[in-house]
Design a protein around this ligand. Structure first.
Ligand code: AHG
Ligand code: MN
Ligand code: MN
Ligand code: MN
Length: 335
C-alpha cells in the first residue's frame, strides 16, 4: 500500500500525459510539455485569486469592454496575459486565441516551429471573482495548419474534432485541472504543499442520467416555446433538482460528477446563445464525449459545428446522454 500511495503522489500531469500516449513520440512529448505549461498558468492564476481583497489588481473592472461587448474584469486580463507569458517560453505554441482578444496573439519566436494553437477562456465566470465563488479557465489545443501569414487564423474555423486536447481548471475549494487528449478524462488536484497537480480521479465517466438540470431560468420568457415545455416537464416530474452557479466550469464539473444536464439555450433575440464555441462549448464537448456524455446545440452535435468566426457562439445542451436526448426531443418535436 505504501508503494501505491507513493506512486499516486508521483503521478503528476506531465508524467500522466506520457503514460496515456504510451509513447515518447514528438507529439506526445509536445502535449506533455504543453499540459505542464497550462498547469503553471493555473497555479499563477490560483495564487492571485487566493489573494483577492488583499492586493490590488484582482477585484473589479478594468473599465474596458472586450470584443464580446462585456465589461472586462482585472482578472480576465491578468489571466489572459499569464497564458501568453507561460507559452512564450515554451517554444511549442505559435498562436493563442482567447475570449479576451479580438485577434489571436502570435509568439514570433515560436512561429512557425511551435505548430500548436492554444484557444482559451482565461477566466470563465468572471462575475464570480468579486463574490469569492468558483471561477474557471477553459482550454483547447489544436494543430496549426499552414503558416497563417495573413494573421486571419482561418484554419481555426474547423469543427471540434480537430482538437488534439481540451480541459479546464476549476478554482474552487481546491484547484482542479481536468483534461483529455482523447484517451479518457482525468482530474488532477493541486497540492499546494508540493506545488504540483497530482492525479485525483482517472477515467471519469459521466452517469447516463442525473437529477440535475442547470439553466438560468431568468431567461425563461426569451426562449423558444420548446425549451419552456421542457422546463415545465422537469418542474412537474419528481426527482429533478435545479443547480446553477453562473460559472460554466463549476456547473459542468458538477455534471461530470453527478450527471444531469446544463443548458444555455438561444433566445428569440440571440438564437446563437451566449457561450462561445471555440474556447467554451467545443472543449467541454470534447471532454463530455470522452466521458461518455453528449453535447449538442439542440439540433447538431457541438463537435460537428463549423464556426464562421473565432468568437462564434452556439446554444449549448451538455451532460448525461439520456438527459441531453430528452432536451433534444422537445426541441426537435417543435422544429
Ligand atoms: P465568461 O465569464 O468567460 O464571460 O463566461 C461567463 C458565462 C459562463 O461562465 C456562464 O455559464 C454564463 O456566462 C452565465 O451567463 P448568465 O449570467 O447569462 O446566466
Ligand atoms: Mn467574459
Ligand atoms: Mn466563459
Ligand atoms: Mn471568460
Amino acid at each position: 500500500v505504501q508503494e501505491q500511495a507513493l506512486d499516486r503522489d508521483c503521478t503528476t500531469l506531465s508524467r500522466h500525459v506520457l503514460q496515456q500516449l504510451h509513447s515518447f513520440s514528438a507529439e506526445a512529448q509536445d502535449l506533455s510539455a504543453i499540459m505542464n505549461r497550462i498547469g503553471l498558468a493555473a497555479k499563477l492564476i490560483a495564487r492571485r485569486l487566493s489573494r483577492a481583497g488583499l492586493m490590488e489588481g484582482v477585484l473589479g473592472f478594468t473599465g474596458d469592454v472586450n470584443v464580446q461587448g462585456e465589461s472586462v474584469k482585472k482578472m480576465d486580463i491578468y489571466a489572459n496575459d499569464v497564458f501568453i507569458s507561460v507559452f512564450k517560453q515554451s517554444g511549442l505554441v505559435c498562436r493563442l486565441a482567447s475570449e479576451e482578444m479580438d485577434k489571436p496573439y502570435y509568439i514570433p519566436e515560436n512561429c512557425p516551429i511551435g505548430r500548436y494553437t492554444l484557444l482559451y477562456d482565461p477566466i470563465d465566470g468572471s462575475s464570480n471573482v468579486d463574490i469569492n465563488l468558483n471561477v474557471g479557465s477553459i482550454f483547447s489545443i489544436r494543430q496549426q495548419e499552414g503558416d497563417d501569414l495573413n494573421g486571419e487564423a482561418s484554419d481555426l474555423l474547423q469543427d471540434g474534432h480537430k482538437q488534439l486536447a481540451a480541459g479546464y481548471v476549476l478554482y474552487g475549494p481546491s484547484t482542479m485541472l481536468v483534461y483529455s487528449i482523447g484517451t479518457g478524462v482525468h482530474a488532477f488536484t493541486l497540492d499546494p504543499s508540493l506545488g504540483e497537480f497530482i492525479l485525483s480521479n482517472e477515467n471519469i465517466r459521466v452517469p447516463e442520467h442525473g437529477s440535475i438540470y442547470s439553466v438560468n431560468e431568468g431567461n425563461f420568457w426569451q426562449w423558444d416555446e420548446s425549451l419552456r415545455e421542457y422546463i415545465r416537464y422537469v418542474h412537474r416530474q419528481e426527482g429533478y433538482t435545479a443547480r446553477y452557479g453562473g460559472a460554466l466550469v463549476g456547473d459542468i464539473h458538477r455534471i461530470f460528477t453527478q450527471g444531469g444536464v446544463f443548458l444555455y439555450p438561444g433566445t428569440v433575440k440571440k438564437p446563437e446563445g451566449k457561450l462561445r464555441l471555440l474556447y467554451e462549448s467545443a472543449p467541454l464537448a470534447f471532454l463530455m464525449e470522452q466521458a461518455g456524455g453528449r453535447a449538442s446545440t439542440g439540433t447538431q452535435d457541438i463537435l460537428d459545428v463549423v464556426p464562421e468566426k473565432i468568437h462564434a457562439r452556439t446554444p449549448l445542451i451538455i451532460g448525461s446522454k439520456e438527459d441531453v436526448a430528452l432536451v433534444e426531443s422537445f426541441i426537435q418535436k417543435q422544429a
